[in-house]
Write a protein that binds this ligand. Structure first.
Ligand SMILES: Nc1nc2c(ncn2[C@@H]2O[C@H](COP(=O)(O)OP(=O)(O)OP(=O)(O)O)[C@@H](O)[C@H]2O)c(=O)[nH]1
Ligand SMILES: [Mg+2]
Length: 228
Protein backbone atom coordinates (compact mmCIF):
# COMPACT_ATOMS: atom_id res chain seq x y z
CA UNK A 1 0.00 0.00 0.00
CA UNK A 2 1.19 3.47 -0.85
CA UNK A 3 1.43 6.08 1.91
CA UNK A 4 1.11 9.80 1.18
CA UNK A 5 2.77 12.12 3.69
CA UNK A 6 1.16 15.57 3.74
CA UNK A 7 3.67 18.05 5.16
CA UNK A 8 2.35 21.51 6.08
CA UNK A 9 5.41 23.74 6.52
CA UNK A 10 5.67 27.30 7.70
CA UNK A 11 9.16 28.62 8.41
CA UNK A 12 10.64 25.23 9.16
CA UNK A 13 14.01 25.68 7.40
CA UNK A 14 15.99 24.24 10.35
CA UNK A 15 14.05 20.94 10.33
CA UNK A 16 12.36 20.32 6.97
CA UNK A 17 15.29 18.41 5.43
CA UNK A 18 15.61 16.15 8.47
CA UNK A 19 11.89 15.36 8.30
CA UNK A 20 12.11 14.50 4.59
CA UNK A 21 15.19 12.35 5.22
CA UNK A 22 13.45 10.49 8.03
CA UNK A 23 10.42 9.79 5.83
CA UNK A 24 12.68 8.61 3.01
CA UNK A 25 14.60 6.35 5.39
CA UNK A 26 11.44 4.33 6.06
CA UNK A 27 11.73 2.84 2.57
CA UNK A 28 7.96 2.69 2.22
CA UNK A 29 6.10 2.99 -1.04
CA UNK A 30 5.60 6.66 -0.26
CA UNK A 31 4.67 10.00 -1.72
CA UNK A 32 5.53 13.30 -0.03
CA UNK A 33 3.43 16.41 -0.56
CA UNK A 34 5.05 19.48 1.02
CA UNK A 35 2.93 22.61 1.25
CA UNK A 36 5.03 25.68 1.87
CA UNK A 37 2.55 27.92 3.63
CA UNK A 38 4.07 31.28 2.73
CA UNK A 39 7.33 30.77 4.59
CA UNK A 40 9.64 33.77 4.77
CA UNK A 41 12.68 31.56 5.24
CA UNK A 42 14.17 29.01 2.82
CA UNK A 43 11.78 26.14 3.68
CA UNK A 44 10.54 25.78 0.08
CA UNK A 45 14.03 26.03 -1.43
CA UNK A 46 15.39 23.39 0.92
CA UNK A 47 12.51 21.04 0.12
CA UNK A 48 12.91 21.64 -3.61
CA UNK A 49 16.63 20.94 -3.55
CA UNK A 50 16.10 17.84 -1.43
CA UNK A 51 13.53 16.51 -3.89
CA UNK A 52 15.55 17.15 -7.06
CA UNK A 53 15.67 13.97 -9.12
CA UNK A 54 13.34 12.03 -6.82
CA UNK A 55 9.97 10.57 -7.75
CA UNK A 56 6.89 10.83 -5.62
CA UNK A 57 7.41 14.38 -4.43
CA UNK A 58 5.10 17.36 -4.83
CA UNK A 59 5.88 20.89 -3.63
CA UNK A 60 3.04 23.39 -3.41
CA UNK A 61 3.48 27.01 -2.44
CA UNK A 62 0.80 29.32 -1.18
CA UNK A 63 0.43 32.54 0.78
CA UNK A 64 0.42 32.05 4.54
CA UNK A 65 -3.04 30.83 5.51
CA UNK A 66 -2.39 28.38 8.34
CA UNK A 67 -1.90 24.68 8.98
CA UNK A 68 -5.46 23.76 8.02
CA UNK A 69 -5.27 25.56 4.69
CA UNK A 70 -1.97 23.83 3.95
CA UNK A 71 -3.41 20.37 4.67
CA UNK A 72 -6.50 21.10 2.59
CA UNK A 73 -4.34 22.23 -0.32
CA UNK A 74 -2.34 19.00 -0.15
CA UNK A 75 -5.24 16.53 -0.08
CA UNK A 76 -6.14 16.67 -3.82
CA UNK A 77 -2.50 15.85 -4.67
CA UNK A 78 -2.28 12.74 -2.51
CA UNK A 79 -2.16 9.52 -4.54
CA UNK A 80 -1.60 7.05 -1.70
CA UNK A 81 -4.04 4.49 -0.28
CA UNK A 82 -3.22 5.85 3.16
CA UNK A 83 -2.58 9.48 4.12
CA UNK A 84 -0.49 10.61 7.08
CA UNK A 85 -0.21 14.21 8.22
CA UNK A 86 3.44 14.88 8.97
CA UNK A 87 4.44 18.13 10.65
CA UNK A 88 7.68 19.68 9.42
CA UNK A 89 9.16 20.53 12.81
CA UNK A 90 10.48 17.12 13.98
CA UNK A 91 8.14 16.99 16.97
CA UNK A 92 6.75 13.81 15.46
CA UNK A 93 9.14 11.00 14.46
CA UNK A 94 8.46 9.35 11.08
CA UNK A 95 9.82 6.12 12.58
CA UNK A 96 6.40 5.80 14.25
CA UNK A 97 4.53 5.79 10.93
CA UNK A 98 4.73 2.06 10.08
CA UNK A 99 2.98 1.29 13.40
CA UNK A 100 0.53 4.14 12.86
CA UNK A 101 -0.63 2.93 9.46
CA UNK A 102 -0.63 -0.76 10.35
CA UNK A 103 -4.25 -0.93 11.62
CA UNK A 104 -5.36 0.67 8.34
CA UNK A 105 -3.30 -1.70 6.19
CA UNK A 106 -4.75 -4.66 8.12
CA UNK A 107 -8.22 -3.40 7.29
CA UNK A 108 -9.16 -2.83 10.94
CA UNK A 109 -9.14 0.97 11.05
CA UNK A 110 -10.31 3.90 8.98
CA UNK A 111 -8.39 6.46 11.03
CA UNK A 112 -5.50 6.12 13.51
CA UNK A 113 -4.51 8.79 16.03
CA UNK A 114 -0.99 8.84 17.45
CA UNK A 115 -1.21 9.75 21.13
CA UNK A 116 1.42 11.95 22.76
CA UNK A 117 -0.11 11.57 26.19
CA UNK A 118 -0.31 7.84 26.71
CA UNK A 119 3.22 7.02 27.86
CA UNK A 120 5.00 4.03 26.34
CA UNK A 121 7.17 6.10 24.00
CA UNK A 122 9.56 9.04 24.59
CA UNK A 123 7.16 11.93 25.23
CA UNK A 124 8.46 15.26 26.44
CA UNK A 125 7.20 15.91 29.96
CA UNK A 126 6.61 19.64 29.92
CA UNK A 127 4.05 22.42 29.66
CA UNK A 128 1.58 21.35 32.34
CA UNK A 129 -1.18 23.73 31.26
CA UNK A 130 -1.01 22.43 27.71
CA UNK A 131 -1.54 18.96 29.11
CA UNK A 132 -4.56 20.18 31.07
CA UNK A 133 -5.96 21.84 27.95
CA UNK A 134 -5.40 18.73 25.86
CA UNK A 135 -6.99 16.50 28.48
CA UNK A 136 -10.04 18.76 28.68
CA UNK A 137 -10.41 18.84 24.90
CA UNK A 138 -10.07 15.07 24.70
CA UNK A 139 -12.59 14.65 27.55
CA UNK A 140 -15.04 16.94 25.75
CA UNK A 141 -14.53 15.01 22.50
CA UNK A 142 -15.16 11.70 24.23
CA UNK A 143 -18.28 12.98 25.99
CA UNK A 144 -19.68 14.47 22.78
CA UNK A 145 -18.96 11.50 20.54
CA UNK A 146 -18.75 8.49 22.88
CA UNK A 147 -15.12 7.84 22.02
CA UNK A 148 -12.05 7.10 24.20
CA UNK A 149 -9.38 9.26 22.58
CA UNK A 150 -6.46 10.32 24.77
CA UNK A 151 -5.07 13.02 22.44
CA UNK A 152 -7.57 14.52 20.02
CA UNK A 153 -5.21 17.42 19.15
CA UNK A 154 -2.35 15.20 18.02
CA UNK A 155 -0.68 16.16 14.74
CA UNK A 156 -0.08 12.50 13.85
CA UNK A 157 -3.27 11.24 12.29
CA UNK A 158 -3.43 8.55 9.59
CA UNK A 159 -6.42 7.91 7.32
CA UNK A 160 -7.71 5.69 4.60
CA UNK A 161 -7.39 8.20 1.78
CA UNK A 162 -11.06 8.13 0.78
CA UNK A 163 -12.00 8.96 4.34
CA UNK A 164 -9.86 12.10 4.53
CA UNK A 165 -11.00 13.19 1.08
CA UNK A 166 -14.64 12.88 2.05
CA UNK A 167 -14.48 15.00 5.19
CA UNK A 168 -15.20 18.33 3.50
CA UNK A 169 -12.72 20.24 5.66
CA UNK A 170 -13.19 23.99 6.04
CA UNK A 171 -10.81 25.27 8.74
CA UNK A 172 -7.65 27.18 7.81
CA UNK A 173 -5.79 27.37 11.10
CA UNK A 174 -5.03 24.93 13.93
CA UNK A 175 -8.82 24.33 14.20
CA UNK A 176 -8.28 21.76 11.48
CA UNK A 177 -7.39 19.29 14.28
CA UNK A 178 -10.72 19.49 16.16
CA UNK A 179 -12.52 19.68 12.80
CA UNK A 180 -10.94 16.42 11.63
CA UNK A 181 -11.49 14.77 15.00
CA UNK A 182 -15.13 15.81 15.27
CA UNK A 183 -15.93 14.82 11.69
CA UNK A 184 -14.35 11.37 11.91
CA UNK A 185 -16.01 10.76 15.28
CA UNK A 186 -19.40 11.91 14.04
CA UNK A 187 -19.20 9.55 11.05
CA UNK A 188 -18.74 6.61 13.40
CA UNK A 189 -15.65 5.46 11.55
CA UNK A 190 -13.32 2.83 13.02
CA UNK A 191 -10.85 4.95 14.98
CA UNK A 192 -7.77 3.50 16.67
CA UNK A 193 -5.04 5.15 18.72
CA UNK A 194 -1.54 4.17 19.72
CA UNK A 195 1.38 5.75 21.59
CA UNK A 196 3.83 7.80 19.54
CA UNK A 197 7.05 9.61 20.42
CA UNK A 198 6.73 13.33 20.97
CA UNK A 199 9.79 15.56 20.88
CA UNK A 200 7.84 18.69 21.79
CA UNK A 201 9.19 22.16 21.21
CA UNK A 202 8.87 25.12 23.54
CA UNK A 203 7.67 28.51 22.33
CA UNK A 204 11.30 29.63 22.22
CA UNK A 205 12.03 26.64 20.02
CA UNK A 206 9.22 27.52 17.60
CA UNK A 207 5.94 26.21 18.96
CA UNK A 208 3.03 28.40 17.86
CA UNK A 209 -0.26 26.92 19.03
CA UNK A 210 -1.79 28.95 21.90
CA UNK A 211 -4.66 28.90 24.39
CA UNK A 212 -6.77 30.78 21.84
CA UNK A 213 -6.60 27.73 19.59
CA UNK A 214 -7.81 25.68 22.55
CA UNK A 215 -10.91 27.82 23.03
CA UNK A 216 -11.65 27.77 19.34
CA UNK A 217 -11.32 23.97 19.42
CA UNK A 218 -14.17 23.75 21.97
CA UNK A 219 -16.41 25.75 19.67
CA UNK A 220 -15.51 23.65 16.60
CA UNK A 221 -16.12 20.35 18.43
CA UNK A 222 -19.49 21.43 19.82
CA UNK A 223 -20.67 22.99 16.57
CA UNK A 224 -19.87 19.89 14.50
CA UNK A 225 -21.53 17.65 17.11
CA UNK A 226 -24.71 19.71 16.89
CA UNK A 227 -24.80 20.77 13.26
CA UNK A 228 -22.36 18.59 11.36
N1 LIG B 1 2.19 27.86 13.17
C1 LIG B 1 1.90 27.63 11.90
N2 LIG B 1 2.20 26.42 11.43
C2 LIG B 1 1.92 26.19 10.16
C3 LIG B 1 1.31 27.17 9.35
N3 LIG B 1 1.15 26.65 8.14
C4 LIG B 1 1.65 25.42 8.20
N4 LIG B 1 2.14 25.11 9.43
C5 LIG B 1 2.77 23.85 9.85
O1 LIG B 1 1.91 23.14 10.74
C6 LIG B 1 2.69 22.30 11.58
C7 LIG B 1 2.32 22.53 13.03
O2 LIG B 1 2.67 23.85 13.41
P1 LIG B 1 3.54 24.14 14.72
O3 LIG B 1 3.92 25.56 14.72
O4 LIG B 1 4.57 23.09 14.86
O5 LIG B 1 2.46 23.93 15.79
P2 LIG B 1 2.69 23.58 17.26
O6 LIG B 1 2.46 24.80 18.07
O7 LIG B 1 3.97 22.84 17.46
O8 LIG B 1 1.48 22.63 17.46
P3 LIG B 1 1.43 21.08 17.17
O9 LIG B 1 2.71 20.69 16.49
O10 LIG B 1 0.21 20.93 16.27
O11 LIG B 1 1.24 20.51 18.53
C8 LIG B 1 4.15 22.60 11.29
O12 LIG B 1 4.65 21.65 10.38
C9 LIG B 1 4.06 23.98 10.65
O13 LIG B 1 5.16 24.24 9.82
C10 LIG B 1 1.00 28.46 9.88
O14 LIG B 1 0.48 29.36 9.25
N5 LIG B 1 1.31 28.62 11.17
MG1 LIG C 1 4.71 21.46 16.14
Amino acid sequence: MRVSFLVPAYNEAPTIAAVLEAVDALRLDAQIVVVDDGSTDDTAGIAERWAAGRDGFVLLRQANLGKGAAIRAAIPHADGDVIVIQDADMEYDPADVPALVDPIIRGAADVVFGSRLSGGRPQRAYMFWHLVGNRLLSLLTNALFNTTLSDMETGYKAFRSEVLRSLDLRQDDFSIEPEITAKVCKRKLRIYQLPISYYGRTYDEGKKITWRDGFKAVWVLVRIRIRG
